[in-house]
Design a protein around this ligand. Sequence first.
Ligand SMILES: Cc1cc2nc3c(=O)[nH]c(=O)nc-3n(C[C@H](O)[C@H](O)[C@H](O)COP(=O)(O)OP(=O)(O)OC[C@H]3O[C@@H](n4cnc5c(N)ncnc54)[C@H](O)[C@@H]3O)c2cc1C
Length: 410
Amino acid sequence: MTDKTVAIFGSGVAGLSAALELAQFDIPIKIIEKSDFTGGHAIQFACKATDKCVKCGACLVEDKLNQALQNSRIKILTGSRIESISKTERYAIRLNQKPKYIDAKKCNACGACLYQCPQDGAIVQGTSRNHSPFFAINEKECRYLVDQSCSLCQEACPEKAIALDVRGDQVDCEADAIVWATGFSLFNPQNKPYGYGVFKNVVTNMELEGILRREGRVIRPSDGQSARKIAFIQCVGSRDAKLDHLWCSKICCGSALRMAGLINTKQPESEISFFYIDVQTFGRDFIPFYRRVQEEVRMIRAIPGDIFETPEGQLRVTYITGETHETIEEIFDCVVLSVGLQPCEENIEMTGQLNFKVSDSGFLVPSEIADEASNNGIFSAGAVGGPMGIAESIASAGETSLRVLKYLGF
Ligand SMILES: Cc1cc2nc3c(=O)[nH]c(=O)nc-3n(C[C@H](O)[C@H](O)[C@H](O)COP(=O)(O)OP(=O)(O)OC[C@H]3O[C@@H](n4cnc5c(N)ncnc54)[C@H](O)[C@@H]3O)c2cc1C
């Protein structure tokens, strides 16, 4: 075993992949994850297979997570916020760890806490069968943690796995190299004229992933009924000069069309309209898939101006056609906003501590050109360097691992 250690920030598919690559060289790895659950965004996706696999990549993440959890070289610290990083010979990293309100060894994922909790959003549920514990307490919503007015979950737990009065820890760790794989954040569409956050049946692409994963079909969040007329609106928060978000988020067209293909298979009675600027298609296998989906989905080259709710709770979408410049109004049961990927807010704060560069867009400058940082043992991997899909994030983590090994003298 080597005396070198590596810290990886972020347990998304990029962080997990880098950990698995490096662990093969007997390097002890600590993955530092700020959220309560591992796997990043992609662990929350639904499998989009129709009559055959459409290579969405969702299953790859579950697989990586499973492997990482079984690898004795890899330790994952969830609920951990990086407080400071300094370097003398090695990196010294100070973490603030959220209290472990739910004991992973005792929790049997029965859900009694969730059913008893009177406060929406106070208990959050993991999405992967590998999440342990499967539930977490949201400190901002939990009534006990806000004003000690409720401890029903603690009383309801048959395994006595919940303790709401525990404290968090300060953890110090050291590392010879750092892999920065903190991914991206999602554009918040609340300021767009689409009624997001006001009309229940306007959802984001990420929320639709959750609905498809849970329900296996599209339901209207307002009443749980199957949605028949569904609209996807692309490029919400991407390629938008007013927001200074000039980049294409790259994955949204493929992801939305795969979801449309899945919906058509599961709900053949559905009618899907796809509002777009132009379709970004990537990869060898996407074109035949796209041709097939075009036969089932109404492709409309226009971006709607605004959305209103009808008295019956449906959504009235207004758009101007590219061909005739006519204004058209149409009614839908559900509208899906394909919100774009944007840099995490913490990037700039963390780059200051780490002497790493951010590009003008706010995404990190990738390791291969951030020479100064790489010479100091800091390397980026995955979508923290800009929008990319799952396969590309895994490839980026592989490439980064080679740079880390070289830096550590392997
Ligand atoms: C709606 C949607 C659908 C998509 N569909 C597809 C698809 O079908 N196919 C496909 O190939 N790709 C798809 N993608 C892209 C896919 O999500 C990314 O390729 C993948 O998530 C990138 O992984 P990552 O590890 O780089 O980042 P992330 O998944 O963002 O993971 C980053 C991790 O770092 C953690 N983190 C963040 N900040 C910190 C911090 N300061 N300290 C510690 N931890 C931190 C986060 O909590 C998270 O766990 C989709 C994306 C979206 C939004």
